[in-house]
Design a protein around this ligand. Structure first.
Ligand code: MLT
Ligand code: MN
Ligand code: ZN
Length: 309
C-alpha cells in the first residue's frame, strides 16, 4: 500500500509570503487562516514505517511537527522515520529543508547529478556529512528503488524523467554542468508500489506539456502537477513582480496551452495541483478560477492531506 502525505501545497514563498500583501496572502493572514500553506513537498511510504520525502522545503521543520507519521518512534532517543529525500530540482524551496535535517540521522539524498553538484558547490550543505548522508545520482528513465537505512528494500519504485523547465533561480545565467536550460534540473517522477503495482506521478515544476509527457500521464490513477500560476502574466498584472510563469519555468493552469487544457481527456484518475503560488486566485475557495479548475476535475489540496493507493 502506497501512502502519500502532502506536506506542503504552496510554491516558493508559501502562503502567506513574508513580504506579500496580495489578496490571497492578506486573506490567509486574517479571516481565512485555513488558506495558509507551506512550501511544496510530499512524503511517501510503502510500509507505513519508513518514509521518503520528495523535496525538502524551507518549511520542513514545521511540516514534520505537523505530521505524526514522521515523528521519532516512541521510546527511541534518536530516530526518524525518514530514510531519504528525493529531489526533483535545485530550487531553494526544494532543497533548503535539507539544512533542517543536519542533526546526525542517516539518510540518502537522491537527485540528478546537476543538483548534486549544486549542493556540493554550496559548502553550507557540507553540514550533511558524507558519513551520515549519502548522495545517490538519479539517472533519467531508469527505475530505482530507494533503500532503507540498513540497505534493505523500501518497496518503492521511482522513475525520473526530464520535463521542460529551467535552472534554479539563483543559477540563472550560469553555465550548467547538466547542459543547456537546466537539463536534468527539472524532473518528473513516476512513483510506484513494487508489491501492488499502484503508481502516481509527481511534477511540481513543469514549463509545458509535450506530446511525450501526455503519453506518459495518460491513464495514470493520480498526478500531482505544477499549479504555480493561474495566468502566465498574473504576477505582472497584479503588480507583484516582473516575471511570467514561463520565465520561472512554470506552466499556467489556464489558457489554451495551460495545464487544465493540455491534460484534459487523458483519462487521469485524480488530478491535484501542487506548488501553487500565493498570487494564484484558484487558492480562494469562492473564486471563479477555483470553480473552473474544479469543474475540470482538478483538486486544490490542503497541507496534511493523506492519500492511499
Ligand atoms: C520556483 O519554483 O520558481 C522557485 O521556487 C522560485 C523561488 O525560489 O522562490
Ligand atoms: Mn518553486
Ligand atoms: Zn501574496
Amino acid at each position: 500500500m502506497l501512502r502519500v502525505v502532502i506536506l506542503g501545497v504552496a510554491a516558493g514563498g508559501g502562503v502567506p509570503q513574508w513580504n506579500c500583501g496580495c489578496p490571497v496572502c492578506r486573506t490567509a493572514r486574517t479571516e481565512r487562516p485555513e488558506l495558509q500553506s507551506t512550501q511544496a513537498s510530499i512524503a511517501i511510504s510503502a510500509d507505513g514505517e519508513h518514509w521518503f520525502l520528495v523535496n525538502a522545503s524551507p518549511d520542513l521543520r514545521q511540516q514534520l511537527i505537523a505530521t505524526p507519521q514522521l515523528h521519532p518512534k516512541a521510546g527511541k532517543l534518536r530516530h526518524s522515520p525518514i530514510s531519504g529525500v528525493i529531489l526533483t530540482n535545485g530550487e531553494i524551496d526544494a532543497v533548503a529543508g535539507l539544512l533542517s535535517m543536519r542533526e546526525g540521522w542517516p539518510f540518502t539524498i537522491y537527485a540528478h547529478a546537476t543538483v548534486l553538484s549544486t549542493l556540493k558547490e554550496n559548502s553550507i550543505f557540507n553540514v550533511l556529512t558524507e558519513k551520515n548522508v549519502r548522495r545517490q545520482p538519479i539517472e533519467l528513465d531508469r527505475a530505482f528503488e530507494p533503500a532503507l537505512p540498513d540497505g534493505s528494500r523500501s518497496g518503492i519504485e521511482v522513475v525520473a524523467f526530464a520535463v521542460p523547465g529551467k535552472s534554479a533561480w539563483y543559477l540563472e545565467g550560469k553555465p550548467h554542468t547538466g547542459g543547456r536550460n537546466g537539463a536534468g534540473g527539472t524532473l518528473g517522477l513516476r512513483i510506484g508500489d513494487k508489491t501492488t503495482g499502484k503508481y502516481f506521478y509527481f511534477l511540481a515544476a513543469c514549463a509545458g506539456v509535450t506530446e511525450d509527457l501526455k503519453a506518459r500521464l495518460a491513464g495514470a490513477p493520480l498526478i500531482f502537477f505544477d499549479g504555480t500560476v493561474w495566468r502566465d502574466d498574473e504576477l505582472i498584472t497584479a503588480g507583484l513582480g516582473n516575471k511570467t510563469g514561463q520565465n520561472m519555468g512554470h506552466i499556467a493552469m489556464s489558457g489554451d496551452s495551460g495545464a487544465i487544457a493540455s491534460l484534459a481527456g487523458l483519462d487521469i484518475g485524480r488530478k491535484i495541483f501542487l506548488h501553487i503560488n500565493n498570487s494564484n486566485p484558484a487558492l480562494l475557495h469562492d473564486s471563479g478560477e477555483r470553480k473552473i479548475a474544479e469543474r475540470a476535475g482538478w483538486q486544490i489540496p490542503a497541507d496534511g492531506m493523506e492519500i492511499t493507493l
